[in-house]
Design a protein around this ligand. Structure first.
Ligand SMILES: Cc1cc2nc3c(=O)[nH]c(=O)nc-3n(C[C@H](O)[C@H](O)[C@H](O)COP(=O)(O)OP(=O)(O)OC[C@H]3O[C@@H](n4cnc5c(N)ncnc54)[C@H](O)[C@@H]3O)c2cc1C
Length: 292
């Protein structure tokens, strides 16, 4: 591994300034779970690491009825998994975290690093997109906020500029009469990266048990997480039936463009999408019917 300078800014502003000063040669360092592997493999060769772990204010998890759930970029997978606030307001997230990687990675890997790496075989982005989450990003010019889906550009590429830092994820309060379900499948072991991960959110109409709108988000089947808009349109306006859930699964399987990898061929991933969308839609619907 090539030698590098190690900098420890005390504020987000200072960190962005350092990234700008060393543009093209610097990398943000959070938990290091992803970064150190790529540096050891020689795929990243930064001259400067900007360790953001000492910056106060990036570790909060809080919920209020107006903003929803705020998760600071430095919150680890394990902290999400064990947070009473997350369990209370977004149990889907705490449940999903139990299956992320292994306990060693969960203890150091952060939500900011998970998203900013642009790694396609991950879990959180699908759930955040289904929940209409947004990320807040700090740069030399100030703050900006974008929907989570706009963060991802291509394999390992995000819309973050070299001198920007992802500071938090914000999930708006769940709408009334809604349910969300995430299902993932790993082809080798339960603690491996997912082969496919599907998040479905169903919001029911106020006066009928029909779907007002749906979000069907597919992960690990392409360079970036994507919404299966055909499946979403199929669910909207309808009452639940197993046949409808099956048709949504088929629509999502047809419209996605999986890229085969070590964890499954294109055909395999398409088949998994069909099954997981069917299951997730049925569970999300059941939850929505039980919700206030
Ligand atoms: C063995 C293994 C198994 C895994 N399994 C899963 C899994 O099942 N599901 C899953 O979802 N993920 C999985 N992952 C991915 C893991 O969640 C991420 O690697 C981890 O969360 C990265 O966080 P980090 O803080 O360690 O990031 P780092 O390694 O520190 O950084 C990752 C990248 O993001 C950039 N970065 C980090 N934080 C910020 C920020 N706040 N703003 C801007 N840029 C930033 C860094 O510069 C770097 O390019 C796995 C990883 C490993 C190594």
């Amino acid at each position: 591994m090539r030698s590098f300078d190690y900098l420890e800014p005390g504020s987000v502003e200072e960190a962005c300034g350092l990234l700008r000063q060393h543009r093209g040669e610097a990398r943000v360092y959070a938990g290091g779970a992803h970064l150190t592997i790529l540096m050891k493999q020689g795929l990243y060769r930064p001259r400067v690491l900007v360790n953001i772990k000492k910056i106060a204010g990036l570790r909060e998890i809080r919920f209020d009825a107006e903003s929803g759930l705020v998760i600071g970029a430095l919150v680890t997978h394990r902290e999400i998994e064990t947070s009473a606030v997350v369990r209370r307001h977004f149990p889907v997230l705490a449940e999903a975290e139990r299956e992320v990687a292994n306990i060693r990675v969960r203890n150091v890997g952060t939500v900011g690093g998970n998203l900013a790496s642009g790694e396609p075989l991950t879990d959180l982005s699908q759930i955040f997109i289904a929940l209409e989450g947004r990320v807040e990003i700090a740069g030399p010019g100030g703050m900006r906020a974008i929907p989570v889906e706009e963060l991802f550009v291509d394999f390992y590429q995000t819309s973050l500029q070299e001198d920007e830092i992802l500071t938090k994820v914000v999930l708006p309060p769940p709408p009334a009469r809604s349910g969300v379900c995430y299902v993932r499948f790993s082809s080798s072991s339960v603690v491996d990266k997912p082969s496919v991960g599907v998040a479905v959110r169903i919001r029911l109409q106020a006066d009928r048990d029909a779907c007002a709108d749906a979000r069907v988000v597919l992960g690990c089947v392409g360079p970036v997480p994507s919404r299966a808009r055909g499946a979403e349109a199929l669910l909207a306006g309808k009452e639940f039936s197993q046949e409808l859930a099956e048709r949504a699964g088929e629509a999502a399987s047809r419209e996605c463009s999986p890229v085969g990898d070590l964890r499954g061929s294109e055909e395999y991933k398409r088949a998994m999408v069909r099954t997981l969308v069917r299951r997730a839609a049925a569970k999300a619907w059941e939850q929505a019917l039980g919700a206030a």
